[in-house]
Design a protein around this ligand. Sequence first.
Ligand code: SF4
Ligand code: ZN
Length: 746
Amino acid sequence: MSKFIATRAIKGAHAAVKMADDTLQDALKKMGPDTPVVFKDKIGGGTAFYLPTIWGLLGTKVQKLGELVPVMDYARGLLPPVPAENMWLPYLGETLDAGAATLYAFETIEAVRFVKGEQPEKKDGFEYNGPINDTQMRAWGIQLVDGRMPGFAALVGCAKSTEVAVKIVRELQSKGQLIFICSNRNGRNVADQLREANVEMGYDTFIVPFGTDIVSAIYALGFATRAALSFGGVEPGDYRRILLYNKFRCFAFVLALGPITDMEYAAAAGAINYGFPAFADTVIPNILPTGITKFEHVVSMPFDDIPGKDDLEKAERLVQRCIELRGIKIKIAKVPIPVAFGPAFEGEVVRKADLACEFGGKGGMCFEWLRMKGLDEVEDGKVTVVGPDMDTFAVGSKNPLAIVVDVAGRKMQKDFEPVLERQIHHMTNGAEGLSHQGQRDITWIRIHKNAVAKGLRLRHFGDILHTCLKNDFGAIVDKVQVTLYTEPDKVKELIEQARAVYKERNARMAGLTDEAVDTFYSCTLCQSFAPTHVCVINPERVGLCGAYSWLDCRAAFEIKPTGPNQPVPKGRAISERTGEWEGVNKFVNEHSQKKIERFTIYSLMDAPMTTCGCCECVMAVIPEANGVMVVSRDDYGMTPCGMTFTTLMGTVGGGLQTPGMMGHGKIYVTSKKFIPVEGGIKRLVWLSKNLKEELAEELKAACEREGVPDLMDKVADGSQVTTVEQLLPFLEGKGHPALSMDSIIG
Ligand code: SF4
Ligand code: ZN
């Protein structure tokens, strides 16, 4: 640590602690120590992790203003004296302590701002996000786990120009990095620059503007802390493990744009505790000013010294260098299309006003069909467009489209067709200006004007699919050829053929029961976050994130035999009724660091599956109602068990086995194997309203199958019932079958 940096960081830490002390004392005087303290984002989504950095690192649950007093006492105690001019270099340790003190001070300041109603911040009609809510953090979970999203870049300050800011952001997005924005230079920051360039910010675009000063940088560390607590199963207060977890699993860094202030040096020292280095696009004195120089955890890369023909090329190299220095390996394929491509564009929405043209959707006709062919029937990389292309369509018009993908490969199997076909959604969505929804014959694709202007045409759909299928599924796919049809008659003719195939697949899927197979599959992808968690995936229950079915896992095993999806032979049955098998128990025990002894596949109360941070739903028993409730991740409301989804997750996540509570995929609710030991869907007394609506048809079919066709009218949701006191009369009034079933707790 250079003396220059250490000195300025320590000075900054003193200033931060003083600012926090002052604002806290003032708030205590005006509002009193019992004033409740909570973090919320601008849409009102909260966190179950209290003030996350303080809770994670110190183990202190701050819920009231007064509880911040000991935290600040502690922070003050950490502050080393500011080194005198003639003093030797301070120890790295002292600078890191100053950094930690800064983080506690920042979180305290933000907490007080919330209490005073000053957060999330507003500026010229633009609303900053404030902290990231728990739901969003978990939604990003899978991408963080499988490496599509390596980590985050915190952009501090303001780029050289708006163009440079946009370029930096686009480069980071195409590498899958989340982007956090904070602080300012002379009142301007990257968020201002992005607004000028009409770049959308928000959770959907992976760009989160925290606030206008450096204090809001604490939300980045709060996010990192919660990731360790929620995915890593780290206990609050286990300072060391939280920091180590982030150092090795979250590829984050700070990029300081423009001259750095003392308090920013202090914040950087705080981030270095987490193993997050700081890069600067300015000269830092005492760091060798010879272009790009690495000095411990702070790297100075003066923008003007970066080689490149213009600022945009310099910006690209700057990001490239940050990515290299942080040791991030990019997993995203380079796709040969005229628009940007990457996971950041997956959530993009194309609005009516920006629409060039669309395919499918209400009243339209658009479908996708992936089929296996012989090796000599497919010409690899061939893309054919039959009919008019996007540049000839009327603006905003709806057109028919058939996407027919032929694949061949020595290890390809007919059963993998739907697995690969489902990837079309995720793959095409990666293109900037293209939004893809649905699948099969309910596909709906919208194209942004700008994308067509940049040269995006139908053949690029083919290029995307060819590149991505070969890249991600190269082990089973040797050749890919794509044909796109826009001639109405041809599309009509093909859609009938495709529908016959969908029907055939459905019948095959329906016959795929737990009894029909002797092998289940594991998924241990989430162990990088929840080290003892194992998903055992049977034909009739998807992985709890909803992303992996039994067939998906089987295909994944073919693709990567040493990967996270392994066959789990059932072995001898211990109980067919509870779904307990020797083979499953053995596998789970061996793969959970011996923490889990046994798993039942069919019971909630007896040795249920473990839960990690990315489940789509949580199920919990409500003893008073003799039934279970299911709450979905998209449900922000209160549930009758007295906890919100986030709080429930805090209780069961992290790879724990909790009888009476379990994470699961949405569609599991409609499975024939939905907690059969406890009596199946008849036990369902409360269900999140959004799930009731989203799965209406499937639920109806499931209830009919179970002989309770009107059950859904008797199941409460959050718009009717939010407490257990309300639930009982509701169920009694409706004559819910659970009330007369055997006691669920035995
Ligand atoms: Fe994680 Fe289970 Fe989903 Fe695999 S199936 S990614 S282990 S939640
Ligand atoms: Zn998970």
